[in-house]
Design a protein around this ligand. Structure first.
Ligand SMILES: Cc1ncc(COP(=O)(O)O)c(C=O)c1O
Length: 385
């Protein structure tokens, strides 16, 4: 696929073809897993295709990186061993001691832990702010703010932030806008086209899509940013290995069809939960009364497969639903083909207990998979008791 062809083709075509030309020597349609750490040189410095050592570059990883960049409509993509390795590379590449970051006040717990417990020790301060409220973001910005970090939708409360507006606010302050696009995926939302500078992913989730690999990705448009991230990817070394890159790439090829089914099923589950008296409140940006619905409708193509709800009956009722569910598997993580259920307060978000990011203890989070939707509805019905 030529560069011109790549730019013009549709999302599904790019997902399947963008990162790889059938191998000239064998015709291999799918990129092989290049399980090699090093590459023969044709004389000192005579690299074949730029490959020298697999921390710096590996052809399987290159195919994944090109595909992620094409889907996010960026110039360069970078693949990492995990979402947090990707985040750490952004932070250490783009921030210096004395800088300040505005974080979502309901950020993913691991992101908050990275900034608050690790990066802070190296002299980078942070302030959590309600990103759906631009005034709250403006008042959190200081003359040292170099980065505004956005999740939308957020994990686990499904809050929505206006990416284009936040890009303006960040840029006016001379800061970069980083968007964690894990929940929406590029199939539903493309932050770089809305003004964001950096997109980051836990590819462990929808991108990989089969709960069989942990990974992360970064995509940028600006070539100076690309050089910075590429340098730090190699210098820090938290890269995706070739097996993991291959699995993630295989997942990405079907992202569009999977996301459509995740969204179809989630819409049915939301309809069921909102009409059920055992449920107190449903968080889903597709609901017309969700405070971020209009912004979500503007910047997302559909509203995704994640739903949270509060169980009437408090924490015990929430724990009971998690325990009783059978088709929904009780497990952390999200974005795979199978439906998962969890209690964020005691599981994924336990690390933010006692901070201003603490989540309600009657909250249940669902990652709606692509099983037969009637089975999912029947399971929730029996689990709610
Ligand atoms: C929104 C979000 N960002 C980042 C991460 C971290 O990614 P990983 O677990 O792949 O390190 C997660 C993990 O749950 C997440 O949900």
């Amino acid at each position: 696929m030529t560069q011109e062809h790549r730019q013009k083709s549709g999302f599904e075509t790019r997902a399947i073809h963008a990162g790889w030309e059938p191998d000239p020597s064998t015709g291999s349609v799918i990129p092989p897993i290049f399980a090699t750490s090093t590459y023969k040189q044709d004389g000192v410095g005579g690299l074949r295709g730029g490959y020298e050592y697999s921390r710096s570059a590996n052809p399987t990883r290159t195919a994944l990186e090109a595909t992620v960049a094409a889907l996010e409509e960026g110039e360069r993509g970078f693949a990492f061993a995990s979402g947090l390795a990707a985040e750490d590379t952004i932070v250490r590449g783009l921030l210096n001691p004395g800088d300040h970051v505005v974080l979502p006040n309901d950020a993913y717990g691991g992101t908050h832990r990275l900034f608050d417990k690790v990066i802070q020790r190296w002299g980078v301060a942070n302030t959590p702010a309600a990103l759906s409220d631009l005034d709250s973001v403006r008042s959190a910005i200081t003359d040292r703010t170099k980065m505004v970090w956005v999740e939308t939708p957020t994990n686990p409360l499904l809050g929505i932030a206006d990416i284009a507006e936040l890009a303006n606010v960040a840029h006016e302050a001379g800061a970069l806008l980083v968007v964690d696009n894990t929940f929406a995926t590029p199939y539903l939302q493309r932050p770089l086209t809305l003004g964001a500078d950096v997109v980051v992913h836990s590819t462990t989730k929808y991108a990989g899509g089969h709960s069989d690999v942990v990974g992360g990705a970064v995509v940028v448009r600006d070539l100076d940013l690309a050089e910075n991230i590429g340098y730090h990817q190699n210098a820090l070394g938290g890269v995706a290995g070739p097996f993991d890159a291959w699995l993630t790439l295989r997942g990405l090829k079907t992202l569009a069809v999977r996301m459509d089914r995740h969204c179809d099923n989630a819409e049915r589950v939301v309809e069921f939960l909102t009409g059920d008296e055992r449920v107190d409140h449903v968080y889903y940006p597709g609901l017309a009364d969700h405070p971020g619905h209009d912004v979500a409708a503007k910047q997302m193509d559909r509203f995704g497969g994640m739903i949270s709800f509060r169980a009437r009956g408090g924490k015990d009722a929430a724990l009971q639903v998690c325990d009783r569910a059978q088709v929904f598997t009780l497990a952390e993580s999200l974005g795979g083909i199978e439906s998962l259920i969890e209690h964020p307060g005691l599981m994924t978000h336990a690390s933010v207990a006692g901070t201003e990011l603490e989540v309600p203890d009657d909250l249940v989070r669902l990652s709606v998979g692509i099983e037969s939707v009637d089975d999912l509805l029947a399971d929730l019905d029996q689990a709610l008791g």
